[in-house]
Design a protein around this ligand. Structure first.
Ligand code: FAD
Length: 454
């Protein structure tokens, strides 16, 4: 069956696709490949191989993540008919609370709607006894299963090219031929190395270590101390670019991003007065958390993540710097699926129709690097931090304000907008002028520091 104007390798009725990795990127690829094939009248055989069991609590069922589903992703999913069910959502987030040594400010969503969701990727942290917890990754796999994908809970250990396809296997004796192989293995080093065999030009993304842990708390305490707000910290602590506390139903998730986060950095953060003050007075924050990990996060995209009959998606290919990685998995998964179904599966097809999407994300991340560089400078400057708090307070108090600082910070925290777009807004003369004047005013001796109280 020929369905492309450009010659090359194409999928046909009965073609077999192996998707290695059933995280968001693998699921989004599978969902859209099967949906586009249905529209196109193409019958495909699609297997998703996933090593983890997302119905289990703890590490064996978890793709370590803060679990924030960005505003833009919630909307994109809804547009395509994927309304995240309420039993997957742990808490609807309606505001961000920014903490600095100089004070605290709450930034509300302009429309005051609850459009950001916090979720668990698996079935909750180690030791989680709540049997009602349902994870986001399993929800996505379920959608793929409904579309006709076969979910195989096996870890793939062999990927090998042959003349008319690619062999994929989870043991020496159980190897199958596929027409197309999709690499959605996240940042798993060993699994990424498998793809070097069939795509020697592929370079893995550069990564850095982060930190996640979960504080188990009474729902009433979470409501009282955190509300429906994600708490972000702009503290002058070395190695930390971004720290956040994300409220869920029975847990609060701590996420630390920065440069090579380790035990000492974590300890400094959780024992700092400003973090400690977010918890109930007698809550033992220093006690070892039952579930904590130091996962990697992308600091650059991969290179040349495609070849004949092979494409990589999500973290394995390109992601958004520090934010909205699930949204990036959506973009790359969907773009690779559209290329494979509507264009073809040769290297040239992926180069022409898929690679530009990854390159655009990588270029956007350059603007993100600049934003996080400025953030680090601001972290060290009490003068600018006072100015930002003052400006946010003025904007939030005035319904008719342009909300320039609030909305630029909002999109930086949520990852909902592109970094180039956010950078342009941060550099708007009106915002810079407002920041400068509020920094000067709020640092005058006559300025009332109580204005910074929550
Ligand atoms: C600290 C931290 C906090 C984050 N917080 C957020 C957040 O709040 N919101 C957000 O949008 N993003 C966040 N991210 C980013 C987000 O987690 C990732 O971008 C996203 O999970 C990428 O999806 P993926 O499908 O590409 O990879 P993954 O989610 O890593 O999925 C890869 C899957 O492949 C499977 N796999 C690997 N090798 C094999 C194999 N050989 N055989 C079979 N299966 C295999 C794994 O088991 C896994 O399920 C965060 C990341 C970190 C590190």
């Amino acid at each position: 069956m020929t369905h492309s104007s450009t010659p090359g390798i194409e999928l046909a009725n009965g073609s077999r696709i192996a998707v290695i990795g059933g995280g968001p990127a693998g699921s989004f690829f599978s969902y859209y490949a099967l949906e586009y094939a249905r529209i196109f009248g193409l019958s495909l055989d699609l297997d998703i191989f996933e090593a983890k069991d997302f119905t289990r609590a703890g590490a064996s069922g978890c793709n370590q993540c803060g679990g924030i589903i960005s505003e833009s992703l919630v909307q994109d999913l809804a547009t395509d008919g994927m309304i995240i069910p309420s039993d997957i959502i742990q808490r609807k987030i309606n505001s961000y609370t920014m903490h600095t040594e100089q004070g605290t400010r709450v930034i509300h969503i302009p429309s005051n709607e609850h459009r950001i969701a916090s979720v668990f990727r698996g079935c909750g942290p180690r030791g989680c006894l709540d049997k009602n917890v349902k994870g986001f990754d399993n929800y996505l796999l379920g959608l793929c299963h409904k579309k006709g994908a076969r979910i195989i809970h096996k870890k793939i250990s062999t990927v090998e090219r042959i003349d008319d396809g690619i062999l994929v296997g989870h043991s020496k004796t159980d190897v199958n031929r596929y027409d197309l192989v999709v690499g959605a293995v996240g940042l798993n080093k060993r699994s990424l190395n498998l793809f070097k065999n069939i795509c020697p030009a592929y370079l893995k993304p550069r990564v850095t270590r982060t930190y996640i842990s979960e504080f188990m708390m009474k729902p009433a305490d979470i409501k009282e101390c955190f509300g429906s707000s994600m708490h972000v910290f702009l503290l002058n602590l070395p190695q930390i670019t971004f720290g956040a506390l994300i409220p869920k139903e029975n847990y609060v998730t701590l996420v630390l991003l920065g440069k090579d986060i380790n035990k000492e950095v974590v300890q400094r953060f959780i024992t700092s007065n400003h973090v400690r003050a977010c918890f109930p007075r007698d809550f033992p924050v220093e006690r070892t958390m039952p579930c904590q990990c130091y996962p990697f996060i992308n600091v650059s995209g991969g290179h040349h993540a495609y070849a004949d009959r092979m494409v990589m998606v999500g973290d394995s290919a390109s992601s958004k710097l520090y934010k909205n990685g699930i949204g990036a998995a959506f973009i790359t998964g969907k773009a690779a699926a559209s290329t494979a179904i509507f264009q073809g599966i040769s290297e040239r097809h992926f180069k022409n129709y898929y690679a530009p999407i990854c390159r655009d994300m990588d270029r956007d991340n350059k603007a993100g690097e600049l934003i996080f560089h400025f953030t680090k400078l601001i972290q060290k400057s009490p003068l600018f931090k006072r100015g930002i708090l003052n400006l946010i307070a003025r904007e939030q108090a005035d319904r008719h304000s342009a909300f320039r600082m609030s909305s630029a910070l909002w999109d930086t925290f949520t990852g909902s907008a592109g970094y180039r777009n956010i950078l342009r807004r941060f550099l708007h003369p009106a915002l810079l002028g407002g920041l400068l004047s509020s920094s000067v005013i709020s640092n005058l001796p006559s300025f009332n520091s109580h204005d910074y109280e929550k």
